[in-house]
Design a binder for this molecule. Sequence first.
Ligand code: OOB
Length: 555
Amino acid sequence: MLYDRLVAGYPPDVAEQYRAAGYWIGQTHTAMLTESAAAHGQAVAIGDGRRNLTYRELLDQSRRLANGLIDELGLRPGDRAVVQFPNVVEYVEVVFALFDAGVLPVFALASHTAGDIADLVARAGAAAYLTVDSFGGTDFRSRAEHLAGVGTTTPAGRPLATVVAELDRADPWAAVRSANAESTGRSGAPSDIAFLQLSGGTTGAPKLIGRTHDDYLYSVRESVRICGLDESSVFGVVLPVSHNFTMSSPGILGALHTGARIVMVPATDARTVLATVAAAGITQLSVVPPLVTAWLDSPEAERYDVSALRVLQVGGAKLAESVARRVPDLFPNATLQQVFGMAEGLVNYTRLDDAVERIVATQGRPISPGDEVRVVDAAGAEVPAGQEGSLQTRGPYTIREYWHGASPESFTPDGFYRTGDRVIRDADGYLVVVGRDKDQINRAGEKIAPTEVEGALLTHPAVRDASVVGVPDDRLGERTVAYVIPTAAAVAAGTLPDGFAVRGFLRAAGLAGFKIPDEVLIVEEFPTTAVGKVSKKDQRVDAAAPESPGPASAD
Ligand code: OOB
């Protein structure tokens, strides 16, 4: 049955090669944390200003929580549990509790709405939804109560279990935590899928990405090495905790693997981040390009001693070379590292000892000698170095299929993942991202599927047609522009909605904040291509023009 798929799609002979090459070492996430706790037990693993946990405490507390989840909720190995957490210590506790219990966390973002969560629960066939009571003005508890109240059930017919961490309490998990701090022994095999990550998505809902312990931890160990993390490092978490970048490049898992300290940074504004870097002695930060731009422009930039920062990683979206060159103005002691990765697998880094010109002008090269990278033309033939083409990849930490199974449009018959990114590869294997052939918007590193926003727009009674595009933007990298054709009835009745009303409608319809268009343009018709399809290319050009060209002039 679909829901019980726990095997990853690597062909057995390929898996054997990855083991023989030493990429897959047969370790689970639980074993990784257990080893770190043995080596660094008394060191602080993580803090968020509310709670600090040493490695030993993190291990014990997550084991007690695992036992509680099993005893109180009846969770079983192979079950899925949607986790939705802001940047707090409890997130790491619960993820390791689920690993210990052999339950697959499904990594929702804190910005996902109630509707997104209900959809994820259904598609993952989740047995549980785990979250916090409330945070930053969002009432997650009532969301959990609603999901349970509407009688959501698991594929096996059990009612959906919900657990809410009470952040104001000394022990936020008091209601479920067991006294038993032994490992449950259920964490499964290293070749099992450990969790489900979400794809950026080009169609409605994000696809589910199952990553194995073996493949993911390989990328984590190599990232630790490439990114210069060691036990003296202090890793600041600014981006959403559950994003793949934050988790593993080298991320929270890299820090835990190496015995470093994790500091949750409570907000992304310049003052908060720079003050936290100064106060906590943060040595490593992973951020998206718009944050760098905002901090560079901030008057706060000169007020704090941020000399502790050794590495500033920037990724998730293209970093403009002009901004890259200004990074030393902000962090005089830090080396910039560009990161071009994807939740499906492949991660590219510029290396810390690369020449500055390479660091500012490329998005790096793959982690592993086992990463196979192809740059192809429209017919699928490889193009020579220096020429633009579509990036395809396969390797020891890149999925061969989505968790739901076959997805022929996303993978080639020989198992390469079609990334949808257009790149130029140089003779040394460094990649420059030059565009995208997938219909996706990358707004400040957050990925938006235009079809999802279009679908939501079409539920508006006065909307006849909708087309959503990404337009270059100095601040966001790309902003979202929605073109809308109203119905004849709305035109006749003079009840055309304005942009403000449309945005309000989308919010009320449950679209997450980052997916709400930045601009809504009401038009009579869409430009079309020669074959009569909507020309999004023309719409992008039109929306990017400083002001709309108006009627053609006679000269
Ligand atoms: C990361 O992962 P996702 O899954 O949210 O998004 C992947 C996509 C890539 O296919 C590419 O389109 C875009 O995001 N992207 C970049 C980029 N890094 C990611 N485009 C241009 N330049 C870059 N540096 O975004 C992600 C996963 C792991 C580490 C870092 C980022």
